[in-house]
Design a protein around this ligand. Structure first.
Ligand SMILES: Cc1cc2nc3c(=O)[nH]c(=O)nc-3n(C[C@H](O)[C@H](O)[C@H](O)COP(=O)(O)OP(=O)(O)OC[C@H]3O[C@@H](n4cnc5c(N)ncnc54)[C@H](O)[C@@H]3O)c2cc1C
Length: 360
């Protein structure tokens, strides 16, 4: 009898598993991808789309085409719960899928439960991105909550879009710490001055305490006017693992081993933002790690099926990030090193377009 593998979510690592299956098929196994959308949108190019440098088709992968080409079945649904003991996956519409092996790469969400979703735009799940950003970039005073890499990038890109089209008003950004707080003071100062020079108003060390239709209240009782709110306050786990009584960290991400397996269930694998490696609990939630996990996940699925010892994944010590800062310029970050130029943006554009070509 053929084994059944279910891939839940079309995150970076699963895209690679699907692609590799067309090069060296996993064997006598039927593979299903479950995804709530026909497309996977690539966050590395969100800033370029926002600014107007890329079209929608440039930043998304057609999952029906990819799975069809690679011998994988596609199911357009959202998974809601897994019952490991019964080896069954439940979807939001009540459909149930039995499996022999399962892997999760379903990303994260970003809006904390205390705020009502209708008041806030979110770029997660990522297939909502284009609709949300198209609306917010046209509005007069959009407010970005969160001063991490994603928040800074999108604030700069929305401002660049407005500047290029002479749309009145400025972008605002509010962050509980300083901007790019995980980088050095020098880098954080650099991005702050780039934000301010482009016309973005920055509030640092202020937390959002309440959200109203056209303003927010901060922890210092400041009222900041907005015409739309984009929440990028850091990733939170999707509820599926908690609902399934699996071991999760304080943000709801499922714990996995270095072999990318769930701790209690060796037939369950995971990769990307939705999981936390027990050996590296503080690793950033970032696409660069999810990408590197792809080939290891594929190899380990292959080895598991063939009863061979599994490989360990070890995250790179330093990761390269290039933030698009508007006007085809990029801020390259590598450890303590940072560099701002057109060349940095060109490199980012090359890395991102090459990534997309692999799956088109
Ligand atoms: C604006 C922005 C810019 C960024 N830029 C970068 C960057 O330049 N470099 C970088 O390394 N990181 C970047 N990141 C972070 C990066 O987006 C994430 O770390 C990365 O996308 C995580 O990849 P993943 O493989 O975990 O899943 P994702 O890419 O998030 O994909 C998960 C998929 O699973 C689907 N899914 C969700 N729930 C379910 C469900 N219940 N059932 C089935 N499918 C489901 C989703 O719809 C989605 O298609 C950026 C983030 C943002 C917001």
């Amino acid at each position: 009898m053929r084994l059944r593998l279910i891939l839940v979510g079309a995150g970076h690592a699963h895209l690679e598993v699907i692609r590799l299956n067309s090069v060296m098929p996993l064997g006598n196994i039927e593979i299903y991808l479950i995804s709530p959308s026909d497309y996977q949108y690539y966050s590395g190019m969100f800033s370029g789309y926002t600014e107007g440098l890329y079209d929608e088709d440039d930043i998304r992968i057609n999952l029906r085409e990819l799975t069809n080409k690679c011998g994988v079945n596609f199911i357009k649904k959202s998974a809601s719960r897994v019952f490991p003991e019964r080896k069954k996956l439940f979807c939001e519409d009540g459909a149930v899928y039995p499996f022999d092996l399962i892997s999760f790469d379903l990303g994260s969400k970003s809006i904390p439960p205390e705020f009502v979703h209708s008041q806030v735009c979110s770029v997660k799940p990522n297939f909502q991105f284009v609709e949300q950003i198209n609306e917010i970039r046209e509005s007069s005073t959009p407010l970005v909550v969160g001063g991490g890499a994603a928040g800074c990038e999108l604030a700069l890109s929305i401002q660049a879009y407005k500047n290029n089209r002479e749309i009145k008003g400025d972008v605002r950004i509010v962050t509980a710490d300083k901007v790019l707080s995980s980088s050095s003071n020098k880098t954080s100062g650099k991005i702050k001055s780039l934000l301010e020079r482009s016309g973005v108003q920055v509030w640092e060390n202020e937390r959002v305490s309440d959200i109203y239709d056209d303003y927010i209240e901060t922890s210092f009782n400041n009222h900041i006017h907005h015409s739309g709110l984009l929440w990028l306050g850091g990733p939170i786990g999707e509820p599926i693992f908690q609902l399934s009584n699996l071991a999760v960290d304080e943000k709801g991400f499922a714990f996995i081993t270095d072999a990318l397996q769930f701790e209690k269930y060796s037939f369950m694998f995971g990769a990307g933002d939705c999981v936390t490696l027990r050996s590296y609990p503080n690793l950033d939630k970032s696409g660069v790690y999810a990408v590197r996990q792809g080939p290891i996940l594929f190899e380990n699925l292959h080895r598991y099926i063939n009863n061979q010892p599994l490989q360990s994944y070890e995250p790179q010590k330093k990761a390269l990030y290039i933030l698009s800062t508007g006007g085809e310029k990029g801020l390259l970050l590598y450890g303590k090193f940072s560099h701002h130029s057109h060349q940095a943006w060109k490199l980012k554009n090359k890395i991102d377009t090459n990534f997309m070509k692999k799956y088109k």
